[in-house]
Ligand binder design. Structure first.
Ligand SMILES: NC(=O)c1ccc[n+]([C@@H]2O[C@H](COP(=O)([O-])OP(=O)(O)OC[C@H]3O[C@@H](n4cnc5c(N)ncnc54)[C@H](OP(=O)(O)O)[C@@H]3O)[C@@H](O)[C@H]2O)c1
Length: 292
């Protein structure tokens, strides 16, 4: 399996950042991810005090980081639209959301296909006239039984490159394009990146898709400034999702928990910062990192 071949530099570095080389410029909260985030800053508004429940869309909600974010949002009384391909895993997330006291509906969709994305948009629009939060989590860094690591660019199948770009950057772009008109002042868009300090070698399609989503984040934040729609990216370091456990069990101790990423997503929803790409890394304070 690829994981056996992946040199430690890749495993350690895949989701790590430019942090050591570029010292952090900005620390939004002075808390570690594991301690949760302050929810009482002057420009924050707690969901629990909001009049109406929020409508949130979370892609990649069938597992891992997306599932953790859906559950965290449900605890804040959001109604969550759960998007991914696998129906039974989406249903499991829905069950967990309901167990947490929230509401969710599943929207199976293949984000590697434009027709399926457009069908998803129609289905969601038939259910809601407003979207308060869009979280683009779905991304491709592995297949069913292989991790796309330590692979020469020329050895990537064309389809893997296309799917990685489609799910990782085209779908978030098209979903954002469709749902921004349904967003009001104070709405949030959160994109999940995952850039890493060891660079692109061995992971080029993934790397490109993640750099692109950071550009989308920063550009969109400028574009939507007057509308007061806030756009940020979270760039998680190695995160102990099921997929990570499967491919990199030997590095689990270095991995942050998906719930910590979810806590930061909640923090972003309760505050008005915009245009930030924030790295979350185990035992480190969150710090800003953008490749400009
Ligand atoms: N785990 C980490 O260490 C780590 C670190 C940094 C960034 N990230 C990023 O965080 C995100 C989630 O990662 P994870 O570890 O939780 O990953 P994961 O277990 O691989 O989950 C990927 C999610 O994307 C969905 N997805 C994949 N292809 C799709 C498609 N064609 N259409 C619709 N949905 C699709 C999957 O659902 P279905 O298979 O059901 O469709 C799943 O919900 C990814 O963007 C990843 O790059 C992860």
């Amino acid at each position: 399996m690829m994981k056996d071949k992946a040199p430690r530099a890749y495993a350690r570095g895949i989701f790590k950042y430019f942090s050591e080389r570029n010292p952090p410029k900005h620390y939004p909260p002075s808390h570690k991810a594991s301690e949760g985030y302050p929810l009482s800053s002057t420009n924050s508004r707690s969901w629990s005090s909001a009049k109406a429940d929020k409508f949130a869309i979370v892609t990649g909600a069938s597992t891992g980081i997306g599932r953790a974010i859906a559950i965290a949002f449900a605890k804040k009384r959001a109604k969550v639209a759960l998007v991914a391909r696998t129906k039974d895993r989406l249903q499991q997330t829905k069950d967990l959301v309901e167990k947490a006291g929230g509401q969710a509906e599943i929207f199976p969709a293949d984000l590697s296909k434009l027709d399926s994305i457009n069908d998803l948009i129609s289905r969601i629009k038939s259910k809601t006239k407003k979207v308060d939060i869009l979280v683009n989590v779905a991304g491709i860094w592995h297949g069913e039984n292989e991790v796309y690591a330590a692979r020469d660019f020329a050895d990537f199948p064309q389809q893997v490159i296309l799917d990685t770009y489609f799910v990782g950057i085209i779908a978030p772009t098209i979903l954002t394009h469709a749902f921004v008109p349904l967003m009001g002042k104070g709405s949030k868009i959160i994109n999940i990146s995952g850039t890493f300090e060891s660079g692109a070698k061995g992971w080029l399609p993934y790397y490109v898709s993640k750099r692109a989503i950071e550009d989308l984040t920063v550009g969109l934040s400028e574009e939507l400034k007057e509308k007061e729609i806030h756009v940020n990216a979270i760039s998680p370091s190695d995160t102990a999702t099921d997929a990570y456990k499967k491919y990199f069990p030997q590095y689990l101790e270095e991995a942050i928990k998906p719930e910590e990423i979810a806590a930061y997503a909640v923090y972003l929803c309760e505050n008005n910062l915009s245009g930030k790409v924030t790295v979350l890394k185990k035992d480190k304070e969150p710090f800003e990192s953008f490749h400009r």
